[in-house]
Structures are given as structure tokens and as C-alpha cells.
Write a new protein. Structure first.
Length: 249
């Protein structure tokens, strides 16, 4: 973290605010592009100071979040996580249909406890049907398991890192105080605004690709008569028959 530290005073390291601004700008641009390309962002912050800000920005942008506990295999074993979410929907359906007439009190207690546990840990990624395009971590030292899984799957990681963290474990570090609620909220709001801007650019980008000249498919060109489709119809032989006869002779 030495390049990101401005100085030291009373045994306290002071982060260079210019490096913080650079990290926020890089992360904002990157996450905006991720959202514009139709990919999702997963926010992760299980420490008490980060939970309200993480949940707020995730709900504002419609993205996914983890604020309780990072379950091992959330990314690398995503199929199992989806099966647990299917179990949650099953338990909710059972509860909605009424359990008093069908199950004993002990079974009702067990099912209710199971539903609450799954809901507490996986509620934030309930709508995540595919792997995210990027991760945003608060305190990479605490969320090292999430960073390790993301690196294994080549998922880019953006993280707010303090002076006790290792910036080499993330792709885009944002030097800052990861213990102050106000600092976390300020950085996440900036990233959330960039994600919203990228999401608004999705239809425009798709429309530009459709209207861009020279991007029509070969089959569409064949219908308009502007260009033949390779491989369709007999090929025209422009060679001289006499030359073919001589070649066969």
C-alpha cells in the first residue's frame, strides 16, 4: 500500500486522496461499461459498517449483494447455490399454502428455521441467474474468499482497500477508509450512479449496433439481392470447357 499512502502521523497512515479519486474514477468507468454490456455487478460487504450502504446501492441499481456471510462456493459452485434458492422458493410455497394442518409443530419449526437461514444468507443473490460481470468488495482483507473465487473464474474485482490490505489481490483498488460508514457510502453512491448511467446506455448501444452500416447478416443481404450467400445455390463455373477436357486428358 506504500504508493497509496500520503504520510504517517502519530502512528496512523494517511491515504493519499488523489489516489482515492483516481481509483473511484477508474472503477466508475469500468462498472459503467460492465452495466452497459448487459452484465450484472455483485456487491459484497459483510462488516457491520458496510451493510446498509451495500444493500442501499444494490437495491437502487437493481444489482445483487451479500451482506450476511459469504458462503463458500457462491461463485465456483453456483449450481448448488441455485439449488438452495430453489429450496427457498419451495419452503415459501409450503408456508403460503398453510402448514398448521399438514405438519407437526416440530416440523413447522424446522422448516421455518431452514427458510430463515437460507433467506438471510442468499436473499441478496436471489435473482442472480448467472455469474456477475464484476465484484465490488468492501475490505478485501475480510472478503478474501470472495476475491479468491472471483480470481479463479476470471471475474474482475473492484475493492475499497485500507492501509492493512494487499492491493495486488484486486483488479481496481480504491484506497480509502473501509471502516467509516460515511466513506463507504460516499464511494458506493458514486459507483452506483455510474452503474445506473451504464444501464441507461444499454438500449442506445443495441440500437446503434442494429443501425450501424455493414452489420447486416449475409442471409438478410441475400433476401435484398445485394449479395449472394456463400454456400447456397450451385457455384458458377467460369472455366473454359476445353481446358477442363485437356486437364482430364
Amino acid at each position: 500500500m506504500r504508493p497509496y499512502i500520503f504520510g504517517k502521523r502519530n502512528q496512523i497512515h494517511i491515504i493519499d486522496i488523489r489516489e482515492t479519486v483516481k481509483g473511484v474514477l477508474r472503477a466508475s468507468k469500468f462498472l459503467g461499461n460492465v452495466a452497459a454490456n448487459g452484465q450484472d455487478v455483485l456487491f459484497v460487504g459483510t462488516k457491520r459498517q458496510a451493510r446498509p450502504a451495500i444493500q442501499g446501492v444494490a437495491q437502487k441499481t437493481g444489482m445483487h449483494y451479500v451482506i450476511e456471510r459469504w458462503l463458500g462456493g457462491t461463485l465456483t459452485n453456483f449450481r448448488t447455490i441455485r439449488s438452495r434458492l430453489a429450496r427457498l422458493e419451495e419452503l415459501e410455497a409450503i408456508e403460503a399454502a398453510g402448514m398448521a394442518d399438514k405438519y407437526s409443530k416440530k416440523m413447522i419449526s424446522m422448516l421455518t428455521r431452514e427458510r430463515r437461514k437460507i433467506q438471510r444468507n442468499l436473499e441478496g443473490i436471489r435473482k442472480m441467474t448467472k455469474l456477475p460481470g464484476a465484484l465490488v468488495l468492501i475490505d478485501v482483507k475480510r472478503e478474501h474468499n470472495a476475491a479468491r473465487e472471483a480470481r479463479k473464474l476470471h471475474i474482475p474485482v473492484v475493492a475499497v482497500i485500507d492501509t492493512d490490505s494487499d492491493p495486488d489481490t484486486v483488479d481496481i483498488p480504491i484506497p480509502g477508509n473501509d471502516d467509516a460508514m460515511r466513506a463507504i457510502e460516499l464511494i458506493l453512491n458514486q459507483l452506483g450512479d455510474s452503474i445506473l448511467a451504464g444501464m441507461k446506455a444499454r438500449p442506445v448501444k443495441e440500437k446503434e449496433q442494429e443501425e450501424r452500416p455493414g452489420r447486416r447478416s449475409s442471409r438478410a443481404m441475400a433476401r435484398s439481392g445485394s449479395e449472394p450467400v456463400p454456400g447456397e445455390g450451385p457455384a458458377k463455373d467460369d472455366s473454359d470447357p476445353s481446358e477442363s477436357a485437356m486437364a482430364s486428358a
